[in-house]
Design a protein around this ligand. Structure first.
Ligand SMILES: [Zn+2]
Length: 248
C-alpha cells in the first residue's frame, strides 16, 4: 500500500467531517481556548500562559477581592482590556456561519472573551461566564456602567461575571448545555482538551445518546479521538473555514 501522507490524511478527515456536518441537523460545538488563540487571547496552558503568572494565582478566587480589592480590580481590568482589544478570528466566523446554515446549532464555550457572540454567534452558552459582563456581589447589582470598576448603587468594588476557582458554574447555562448534548446528532469539539468538568462529560453525554463525535484540536485527545467519527488535527482558524467551505 502507498503510505498516506499527512496532507492526504487531513484532506480525507476534512471530507469526512464535512459530510457529517452536512447530514447533521442538531449540532453542538464545544469550544475552548484553542478557538481564541489566533485572536491573541492567552490560554491557560501555553508556556507564557496566563495562569503561570503570579498575579493570576493571586486573583483567581472571588475572596481575593476582599483580601486585595485594588490588586484584584487591576488584574481583572487588564484581562478585560486584552479581551476588548481582540477581534474574532476566521474560526469564530466559521462557527457563526455554521449556525446560520444549521439554525439548531448550539455554541457552547469555555471561553470568557465573548468573541463568538461578537462574530455573530447566537445564544452562546458561556459555561465560565464573560469578562465583558461585571457584577456587584455586595448588593447584587448586575447592570453597569461600572466606573473605575465600582458599583454605582453601593460603591463596592465590582467583579467580572466569570466563574472563578472554587465557584460553581451557572446552573441554568450548564443545564442548557447538557440538554443540547443529549439532543444533538453531532458533537464537535474545537480547541479544548475537554479534561475538566463539565467539558469532560458533555461529549460522553452526546455519544451515549447516539450522537456522532468530531474532534478538532492541535494536540491529540486520547480519551475522545478513538470514539470520534472524524479527527482533525490542526488550528481551528485554518480548519473551521475549510469545513464550512465544504458545506456550501
Ligand atoms: Zn453594589
Amino acid at each position: 500500500m502507498t503510505p498516506v501522507s499527512p496532507d492526504t490524511s487531513l484532506s480525507a478527515s476534512l471530507d469526512a467531517a464535512t459530510a457529517l456536518l452536512r447530514d447533521a441537523r442538531r449540532i453542538v460545538v464545544f469550544s475552548g481556548a484553542g478557538l481564541s488563540r489566533a485572536s491573541g487571547i492567552p490560554t491557560y496552558r501555553d508556556a507564557d500562559g496566563l495562569w503561570k503568572s503570579q498575579n493570576a494565582l493571586q486573583f483567581s478566587h472571588a475572596e481575593d477581592l476582599q483580601r486585595d480589592p485594588s490588586g484584584f480590580t487591576k488584574f481583572w481590568a487588564q484581562r478585560l482590556s486584552v479581551v476588548e482589544s481582540a477581534q474574532p478570528n476566521p474560526g469564530h466566523a466559521a462557527l457563526a456561519q455554521l449556525q446560520r446554515l444549521r439554525p439548531a446549532t448550539r455554541l457552547v464555550t469555555q471561553n470568557v472573551d465573548g468573541l463568538l457572540t461578537l462574530a455573530g454567534g447566537q445564544d452562546v452558552l458561556e459555561l465560565h461566564g464573560s469578562l465583558r459582563r461585571w457584577r456587584c456581589d455586595h448588593c447584587g447589582n448586575r447592570s453597569g456602567p461600572w466606573p473605575f470598576h465600582r458599583c454605582l448603587r453601593c460603591g463596592s468594588h465590582a467583579r467580572p461575571d466569570v466563574v472563578m476557582f472554587g465557584e460553581m458554574l451557572n446552573a441554568g447555562v450548564l443545564l442548557d448545555a447538557q440538554v443540547a448534548a443529549q439532543e444533538c446528532d453531532l458533537f464537535l469539539v474545537v480547541g479544548s482538551t475537554t479534561i475538566v468538568y463539565p467539558a469532560a462529560e458533555l461529549p460522553q453525554t452526546a455519544l451515549a445518546h447516539g450522537a456522532k463525535l468530531v474532534t478538532l484540536n492541535l494536540e491529540p485527545l486520547p480519551h475522545l479521538d478513538d470514539a470520534a467519527s472524524a479527527v482533525l488535527r490542526g488550528a481551528s482558524e485554518d480548519l473551521l473555514p475549510r469545513l464550512l467551505a465544504g458545506m456550501a
